[in-house]
Write a protein that binds this ligand. Structure first.
Ligand SMILES: CC(=O)N[C@H]1[C@@H](OP(=O)(O)OP(=O)(O)OC[C@H]2O[C@@H](n3ccc(=O)[nH]c3=O)[C@H](O)[C@@H]2O)O[C@H](CO)[C@@H](O)[C@@H]1O
Length: 357
């Protein structure tokens, strides 16, 4: 049986695409296992999945924390033993410092090494390793701009691998399941897999708009870390509004939504495209995670509006205006549909070179 090790972790945006690719490989009879850290959300998400999961003791590299370099070195040594023991045909990394040990071990041991980049710009780990990888799978054409031409033949734009549910979700069916009336509009608010304080605070300040608009149903994912605060502060809400720390069925809610206010994490952007949901984006401000570049892709296509973190309240005001403008939302939907791609998980599973004897 062929074997592949996938390495990922940190946030949903790095973990879900890896699971989507593993699911496609598994359907083709490939045995998949995962390596991440034992500190972050992959230990829970992958720990309870059908896949074997190994958590390393790796933390973000920082000059202020010399221990981080020691832990990275130790993890690389451990990773070499893991790769020697598992004997995979290939290793695939999904970005983040967490993926470095297994990818380095794969390179040292002469395995096929693949990368997947979810964002418009390469992140730290992928930037470090793309020169050595057999192929890097990109979500957006824009990434070509930052890479030397001599590497182009080892790049492939596939879009982001998304959960199956995203491809299966159908707007009408999901609205029926959620019992949404014909004349009711759904406004989804989410801050990505960790939640977004600025978006939450802005909506709390503007909550009167949500109360006034009886025909706008709110689905609000606050993020685990922010739920208690939001829940304590929202004194009143309409019977149909749903406020939760996290929606496990996000693809279904997104498919039913008329408009979304959210961060610009790469997966959220790709899901917005696939489900053609007009969006108002408030990118996470850290330059390191590159959400502005992701957001710009939709803004330049005329498929979303973008506001800075400090303008989160303006974004909420705009949402309550835009949701009453079906013509503008229909125009944005058309732009999103133009950007749709085929199933990236399938394509990556087919295009990694493990299928010969
Ligand atoms: C702060 C940070 O480091 N953000 C990065 C992180 O984002 P992060 O993981 O927050 O964001 P993404 O938008 O990429 O992915 C979030 C995923 O979680 C799902 N979801 C979210 C909320 C919820 O209630 N239920 C649910 O299922 C979304 O549908 C999506 O599939 O990884 C992304 C991919 O590398 C990067 O683009 C982001 O910049």
């Amino acid at each position: 049986m062929k074997k592949v090790i996938l390495t990922t972790g940190g946030t949903g945006g790095h973990i879900y695409p890896a699971i989507a690719v593993a699911d496609s490989l598994r359907e083709k009879g490939v045995e998949c296992s995962f390596v991440g850290t034992k500190h972050r959300m992959e230990k829970d998400i992958l720990g309870r999945s059908k896949y074997k999961f190994i958590g390393l003791d790796v933390i973000p590299l920082s000059i202020k924390k010399p221990l981080s370099f020691f832990k990275m070195f130790k993890s690389i040594i451990q990773a070499i033993f893991i790769v020697m023991r598992e004997r995979p045909e290939a290793v695939i990394g999904f970005g983040n410092y967490i993926s470095v040990p297994i990818l380095v071990a794969g390179l040292i041991l002469g395995k096929k090494v693949y990368l997947q980049e979810q964002n418009a710009n390469l992140g730290f780990a992928n930037k470090l390793l793309y020169r050595f990888a057999d192929k890097s799978f990109l979500a957006f054409e824009k990434t070509y701009d930052e890479l030397p031409i001599k590497y182009y033949r080892r790049l492939e734009v596939t879009g982001n691998p998304l959960r199956k549910e995203v491809y299966l979700a159908d707007r009408q069916t999901e609205r029926e399941k959620l019992k949404i009336e014909e004349d009711e509009k759904v406004l989804l608010i989410t801050g990505g897999s960790l939640g977004a304080k600025s978006i939450n605070d802005a909506l709390l300040k503007k909550w009167n708009l949500a109360l006034e608009d009886k025909k706008v149903r709110i689905y609000w994912a606050t993020g685990e870390g922010h739920f208690e605060e939001v829940n304590n502060k929202v004194k009143k809400y309409k019977a149909n509004d749903v406020i939760k720390p996290y929606f496990e069925n996000m693809p279904n809610i997104m498919a039913a939504a008329d408009l979304i206010v959210c961060r610009a994490g790469a997966l959220t952007i790709s899901e917005i495209i696939e489900l053609a949901v007009p969006a108002i984006l408030v990118p996470y401000q850290s330059i390191k995670v590159g959400q502005y570049e992701n957001a710009k892709i939709l803004e330049e296509a005329g498929a979303a509006f973008v506001h800075r973190n400090s303008e989160a309240e303006i974004a909420i005001d705009r949402a309550f205006d835009l949701i009453k403008d079906p013509k503008e939302m229909a125009r944005m939907k058309v732009q999103l549909k133009i950007m749709q791609k085929e199933n990236a998980a399938e394509r990556i599973a087919n295009d990694i070179d493990i299928w010969g004897n």
